[in-house]
Design a protein around this ligand. Structure first.
Ligand code: FES
Length: 132
């Protein structure tokens, strides 16, 4: 089976690309997200938020794995008081900003849904799946 793994992996990538094409969408300029902070976005009606750590940006669906409720305390506010973790405003689960992993709270061990993103020429882009 190990010798088949690269072939199966390539097959999986090709099938996903064919069945779930992605739409690249520009969210904003990098500077629009405060360093160490967060910001909400609604591209194509999707509720997302981005967190920035220097030149790195991580984007997640604004949906807590515990109940599906939005996580933010106020508009664009997703971090705890110390600005160390993303914290859900409903039952206070906390998540690592760079992985989305819940490290404490009712959904400990689950993760936020990460959205593929990249910073190009000073702008933040996300790759959203399109409907087939
Ligand atoms: S809804 Fe987020 S911790 Fe309960």
């Amino acid at each position: 089976m190990p010798t088949r793994y690269p072939t199966l992996m390539l097959f999986h990538i090709v099938i996903n690309a064919l069945l779930m094409p992605e739409l690249e969408t520009e969210l904003c300029q990098l500077e629009a997200i405060p360093d160490g902070g967060s910001k909400e976005f609604y591209p194509n009606g999707e509720a997302l938020f981005a967190v920035r750590q220097g030149s790195e940006v991580f984007v997640y669906r604004n949906s807590c794995p515990h109940t599906g409720m939005p996580l933010n305390w106020q508009p664009d506010r997703f971090f705890d008081v110390e600005k160390k973790f993303i914290q859900c405003a409903v039952h206070a689960a906390i998540f690592q900003p760079d992985t989305g992993l819940c490290v404490a709270g009712p959904c400990s061990g689950e993760s936020l849904t990460a959205i593929p993103c990249e910073v190009k020429s000073g702008s933040v882009f996300v790759h959203l799946p399109t409907s087939p």
